[in-house]
Design a binder for this molecule. Structure first.
Ligand code: ADP
Ligand code: MG
Length: 490
């Protein structure tokens, strides 16, 4: 880790930053945590609100099995302890977006206990891994949303989000740099999306992080932390840490003290500012929710959760590496679940792993990037790509012809074999034809031939180029090399 150790240089020496993240992830489920109301994003305000969500007197919450199942599956995906007995508590406070006057959460007995996540903060060294501890995952209700800027004298409340299930995923204070925190959040998001328990759409608010930061001189006990609320992108989390750590160092070196407080991040300036100090913090008077029985999970439920988990990114990466794919490419191919599924389908269609990985990470990803498309709406299917790679493998297409065929596939959606046929793009390995063309090329370029034979061997590439050009790029490069070597030797 020495190379990537992150330190802040102050007047009194080097400072280390300590980071813990509390991530709120919206559970993917059709209905809310304790009601049957829908959870779809983007609905008209207050169209997805049941009497339970509006906290009408006498309404009773009923836990949604699917939300519990998703949180348990998430816990299993981070190797966490699943608590067969857990309980919901009321966290009491008043706010206009919270009609109940309390949030149902889990303080004392969370559904998921200790787990961990292995992250590689350095893209260039994907094998350099750090384990980040996760303290717990508990399940809780989201609040509604207030809108203050629609009308000069009025505020509106939209309760669509009220009662939607959230997982709060609390890390240990194990991260030591913005890069580690970024890698942790990226990996966590990736796993949630593999599991299908959260869509990970940070710009829609379905995943957001409270960022706890403190600084200390290396080797000293932890310093006092601040908590920056609701940061909604990986880049912003990294910026908030950087800014907050530097601010704390400046305060401490100036003889001041850090107060434990809640801060807000401003994406426009990259700075954090104080929102409220811990002294103003309310006593939430947590107590067990009398409307809900404790959750008790049986073995069959846990078994079903476990059996429903897909192959996760680490396992997939290891499988790709075992097939000869480079650690870097394996990392790229497994980072996003859609890309990994696409690539698996390509392998299932019979493509050789290493060639498939090279082609996917360069040609396919390049084309998708150029055209601003997601892999989910790739114009070329895994089966078609496997056919293209098969034509390269059996010598029908050279690398450069394959590129041409791929371009046409992107435009027309036609099968590669049909494109090769229609456009006559087949590579020729016909030694006789190649010999004839090479003889012509040598005859046309006597000066270069003389120089080559006089020792200027760099001209070999020139002859290859001329031959390829004369053959419209369709000659088998290996055969051209062979024949050319013999012809030049004279
Ligand atoms: P609270 O219940 O007040 O939110 P927790 O002890 O549960 O406090 O910690 C909340 C988050 O703060 C966790 O993610 C934890 O890792 C992190 N954290 C705790 N102490 C520190 C510290 N000294 N510096 C940075 N992060 C910290
Ligand atoms: Mg907290």
């Amino acid at each position: 880790m020495t190379e990537s150790t992150y330190r802040i240089q102050g007047a009194t020496g080097e400072w280390e930053v300590v980071i813990g993240l509390e991530v709120h992830a919206q559970v993917t489920s059709n209905a809310k945590l304790f009601s049957g109301a829908a959870t779809a994003f983007g609905a008209e305000p207050n169209t997805q609100v049941s009497l339970v969500d509006a906290a009408m007197p006498g309404m009773l919450p009923v836990p949604n099995r699917e939300c519990i199942r998703q949180a348990v599956r998430t816990g299993m995906a981070i190797d966490a302890q699943i608590n067969r007995w857990s309980r919901f508590d009321r966290k009491n406070y008043f706010y206009a977006d919270l009609p109940q006057g309390y949030q149902i959460s889990q303080l004392y007995h969370p559904l998921v206990g200790e787990g961990h996540l292995d992250v590689s903060p350095d893209d260039k060294n994907p094998d350099q891994v750090k384990r980040i501890g996760i303290e717990r995952i508990h399940v809780e209700q989201d609040a509604g949303k207030l809108m203050h800027d629609q009308h000069p004298t009025k505020s509106y409340v939209d309760l669509n989000r009220s009662g939607v299930a959230l997982m709060e995923i609390v890390s240990r204070p194990d991260m030591r740099s913005p890069a580690e925190a970024g890698a942790y959040l990226t990996k966590l998001r990736s796993i949630l999306r593999y599991v299908g328990s959260c869509d990970g759409n940070m710009d829609q608010g379905s995943m957001r992080a409270d960022v706890n930061v403190s600084v200390r001189k290396p080797g000293e006990p932890f310093g006092t932390r601040t908590e920056t609320k609701n940061v909604n992108s990986v880049r912003f989390v990294m910026q908030a840490i950087e800014h907050e750590a530097k601010r704390q160092v400046a305060v401490l070196e100036d003889g001041g003290a850090i107060v434990q407080e809640t801060r807000l991040f401003n994406p426009d300036t990259g700075q954090t500012r104080s929102m409220r100090s811990k002294e103003d913090a309310q006593d939430y008077r947590y107590f067990p929710d009398p409307d809900l029985l404790p959750l008790e999970l049986d073995e069959a439920f846990l078994e079903e959760c476990r059996a429903s988990l897909p192959e996760l990114p680490d396992a997939k990466r290891a499988r790709y590496e075992a097939a000869g794919i480079s650690p870097y490419q394996a990392g790229v191919l497994t980072a996003e679940v859609e890309a990994a599924r696409w690539f698996d389908a390509l392998l299932d269609a019979g493509a050789a792993p290493v060639a498939a990985a090279n082609w996917t990470t360069s040609e396919l990803f390049g084309a998708l990037n150029r055209t601003g498309r997601d892999i989910a709406d790739s114009p070329v299917s895994p089966t078609q790509a496997a056919e293209l790679l098969a034509l390269v493998a059996d010598g029908t297409l050279s690398g450069s012809l394959a590129k041409q065929v791929f371009e046409v596939m992107l435009e027309t959606g036609d099968a590669p074999a049909k494109i090769v046929e229609d456009r006559g793009l087949k590579q020729t390995s016909d030694t006789g034809a190649i010999e004839a063309v090479i003889a012509e090329v040598l005859a046309k370029n006597p000066n270069q031939l003389e120089q080559y034979r006089g020792g200027k061997e760099a001209l070999f590439g020139f002859f290859v180029g001329q031959t390829m050009k004369a053959m419209g790029g369709k000659a088998n490069p290996a055969v051209v090399n062979d024949v050319l070597k013999k012809a030049l030797a004279g």
